[in-house]
Design a protein around this ligand. Structure first.
Ligand code: NIG
Ligand code: FE
Length: 378
């Protein structure tokens, strides 16, 4: 059964040949794009969706999220707004709440969050473990994540759990926890942050990533969030798909990213919720670095599921144009996940589309806080 979406005022494709189409149509068959072009030339289809003069864009690719958790940390947020700083210490309270929750409770919380994302236009989400920190709890988080996405990330090395010796935990997370989790994940991640007493330094992070790679996982890194440090250069050196946060970047970091294959994923909702300085996306683009945008949805540093909010922040605070920010939130996220079947509208790509209650993608940043985007159900 084929479906045509027509009467699209503006279709953003991110396909170099198609570009941006005005008065366009898309035909979808079996979950894939079968035809795209000017509405007047569209073939017939079994069912029709009238976009009624609205804009259609690739569905958002949220390449960084922590959605398997229980409880919240609203009090910690309020304290930060009153001047406290973030060092990752609050993660322990989410670990306790998550361990205490039943599978069904976590599954329901996760389903609610995925629905919230989709309702705002996100069609692919990467989901990390990292609030379990034991063999059973990390594996459970990845099993639950795997029920809703293929993009599962082992983040056993999120923090050293309370009461556990640092060296003993590095051995655990590169040994038995990894053994249980590797079959359940595509990616391995680490919170590389020497500035935090809870996270991992450069050498520990290297150990974690190399062990994950030896187990068949592809590396990605939380790096340079709280201060300057080794995260970005380690990510590039190991050929990580992405290094995320990049809040504090030295010239050497930018040069390494420009010379390497690693995507810089910026998470402006974190700067918003931690009162950190926003890094300049413009500096990265000018150096030739590929930039992605993601929510980092988590209860500590960014409790938002909204890619449009992230786009608006990136435009206002990071020096991206609305068009560049949309690219980073779709095609950029796809690069960060090493996918070429999403983040783009072209024949053969997944039919993952978002419709905007607006005539142009510019409205994503122009109308901040207004729920204009949603995933198209085809
Ligand atoms: O990406 N920085 C490390 N991890 C998360 C925050 C996790 C939390 O505070 O619960 C992040 O910001
Ligand atoms: Fe994160």
């Amino acid at each position: 059964m084929s479906v045509i979406v027509d009467n699209i005022a503006e279709l953003v494709t991110h396909d170099p040949e198609l570009g941006m189409l005005l008065d366009a149509a898309v035909v979808v068959e079996a979950g894939r794009i079968a035809w795209v072009g000017p509405a007047g030339q569209a073939p017939a289809a079994d069912r029709r969706i009238d976009a009624a003069g609205r804009a259609v864009v690739p569905g958002f690719v949220d390449s960084h999220a922590h959605l398997v958790f229980a409880g919240d940390r609203a009090g910690e947020f309020a304290a930060r707004m009153a001047g406290e700083s973030y060092d990752g210490g609050g993660i322990a309270s989410t670990v306790s709440a998550t361990r205490a929750a039943s599978d069904d409770e976590l599954r329901a919380l996760l389903a609610g969050r995925v629905a919230e994302l989709r309702g705002q236009g996100t069609t692919t989400v990467e989901i990390k473990s990292g609030y379990g920190l034991t063999v059973e709890d990390e594996a459970r988080a990845l099993r639950l994540a795997g029920e809703v996405t293929d993009e599962t990330t082992f983040l056993g090395a999120h923090v050293v759990p309370r009461g556990v010796d640092r060296r003993a935990y590095v051995d655990l997370v590169t040994g038995p926890i990894l053994d249980a989790c590797a079959p359940l994940a595509r990616w391995v991640d680490v919170f590389c942050e020497p500035a935090s007493p809870h996270a991992f330094d450069g050498e520990e992070s290297r150990e974690v990533l190399l062990a994950g790679m030896a187990a068949g996982l592809i590396p990605r890194v939380h790096g340079n969030q709280l201060g300057h440090g080794p995260g970005v250069r380690l990510a590039v050196e190991l050929g990580a798909a992405s290094v995320d946060h990049c809040t504090y970047l030295a010239d050497e970091d930018v040069a390494a990213l420009a010379d390497g294959e690693t995507v810089a994923t910026l998470l402006p909702a974190v700067e918003f919720s931690t009162r950190s300085p926003y890094p300049s996306a413009r500096r990265l683009l000018d150096a030739g670095v590929t930039v992605a945008l993601a929510t980092d949805c988590n209860p500590g540093t960014a409790y938002t599921s909204s890619m449009p909010f992230v786009i608006a922040l990136a435009v206002r605070e990071m020096g991206l144009t609305p068009t560049e920010a949309l690219w980073a939130a779709t095609a950029g996220g796809a690069r960060a996940l090493r996918r070429d079947d999403i983040g783009v509208v072209r024949v053969g790509a997944r039919a993952d589309l978002a419709i905007l209650d607006a005539p142009s993608h510019l409205h994503l940043a122009y109308r901040p806080g207004v729920p204009i985007a949603s995933a198209l159900d085809l």
